[in-house]
Design a binder for this molecule. Structure first.
Ligand code: TRP
Length: 349
């Protein structure tokens, strides 16, 4: 039989992103979302909103619910297409918590204690306000990944150690109980897409790190965005060139300009040759506002019809469960749990 006409099955990728605030920022957008959107054409892509992870630190319930919807709306408005990929909210797929328990029981206490993100966060918060949930956060993340058998997990460098843990746990389970899991690879996004804080351009753009004026938020009004760009910290000297060491502020603005226009950085530098910092800021403000305004408008439209948004997410959760429940049933059987009635979709809310 000639198999050359049979399309190769697409590789699966899975990713999620913890929204740190009430809006995603440009770092989330350029560092993750645009890659997700590109990948949904080439891959069998699964994206989700990790609300179970969110409660590892205290959350106001109404705000959590609202933030989950706003995040979903921003994903969709940015081009994540629910027809092309699977998009869901983690807490609507109970298999995540169920697999996490099994993986908790395969993870060494010392092994979990070595996770650098936990060490950093718990040091900052102090032992008394650090929850056990924060400690087991990476194990829940491993469950998120392994349930869907993805080949790749597109994440930033900061998540590499967590993906490595999920590889170790997959291998450990497979060796101890028999093969169930695909061992996933981290697909690490390039450093070149890294966006820095406008007020402190050696620190990554992040809600928790800087002041609000250092952020460009997808949901901010255009005039707020323009103002923040115009008041971005620049560097000594007057020449517009790309130099992360000497000119972190200007280099950050050039990176943003380059990524949003699709021009390479050298061409952007050429475009501004002989001109002043102020010119770059004014033009960049237009570029950013023109790019983000339709996303914000679309997100607001989606949020205006909450019932429809919730329906889309429920459809996504059903699709996700149809994959996750198969993996979980296999895991439970291998571990030695008695068979239960299969979860069919009729049982889901
Ligand atoms: N820890 C990730 C972050 O902070 C979010 C996340 C949770 C995730 N589960 C995941 C990412 C599974 C990739 C795969 O952004």
């Amino acid at each position: 039989m000639n198999t050359s006409t049979v399309p190769a099955p697409r590789q699966r990728v899975l990713s999620g992103m913890q929204p740190s605030g009430s809006s995603l920022h440009l770092g989330n957008y350029l560092g993750a979302l645009v890659h997700w959107v590109r990948m949904q054409d080439e891959y069998d892509a699964i994206y989700f909103i990790p609300d179970l992870h969110a409660i590892t630190v205290p959350q106001d319930p109404a705000e959590l619910a609202s933030r989950t919807r706003v995040t979903a709306a921003q994903y969709i408005a940015s081009g994540v297409d629910v027809e092309k990929c699977t998009l869901f909210v983690q807490s609507q797929v109970p298999e995540h918590a169920q697999l996490a328990w099994v993986l908790n029981c395969l993870t060494g206490f010392g092994e979990a204690s070595r996770m650098t993100q936990f060490k950093d966060k718990s040091l900052k918060q102090g032992a008394d306000s650090t929850t056990v949930g924060l400690f087991t956060y990476p194990i829940l993340q491993a469950a998120d990944i392994l349930l869907y058998q993805p080949e790749g997990v597109p994440v930033g460098e900061d998540q590499r150690q967590h993906v490595e843990l999920s590889r170790d746990l997959a291998q450990r389970f497979n060796t101890r109980f028999g093969p169930v899991f695909v061992v996933p690879k981290p697909f690490i996004q390039k450093e070149s897409a890294k966006i820095y804080d406008l007020q402190n351009p050696t620190a990554k753009m992040s809600k928790s790190a800087g002041s609000p004026s250092g952020l460009i938020n997808l949901m901010d009004e255009p005039k707020v965005t323009a103002k923040r760009i115009k008041s971005a910290v620049t560097d000594d000297g007057a020449e517009i060139r790309f130099d992360r060491g000497e000119k972190p502020g200007i280099s950050n603005l050039l990176t943003i300009y380059s990524l949003l226009t699709g021009k390479n950085v050298d061409d952007v530098v050429g475009h501004f040759e002989g001109r002043m910092y102020g010119h770059l800021k004014v033009e960049l403000a237009d570029v950013v506002v023109d790019h983000l305004e339709p996303i914000r408008t679309r997100a607001l439209e989606l949020l205006a019809d909450q019932a429809e948004l919730d329906r889309l997410l429920n459809v996504g959760a059903e699709k996700a469960r149809s994959i996750a429940s198969v993996t979980l049933a296999d895991v439970f059987a291998k571990v030695g749990f008695l068979p239960a009635h299969t979860h069919d979709s009729a049982g889901a809310p």
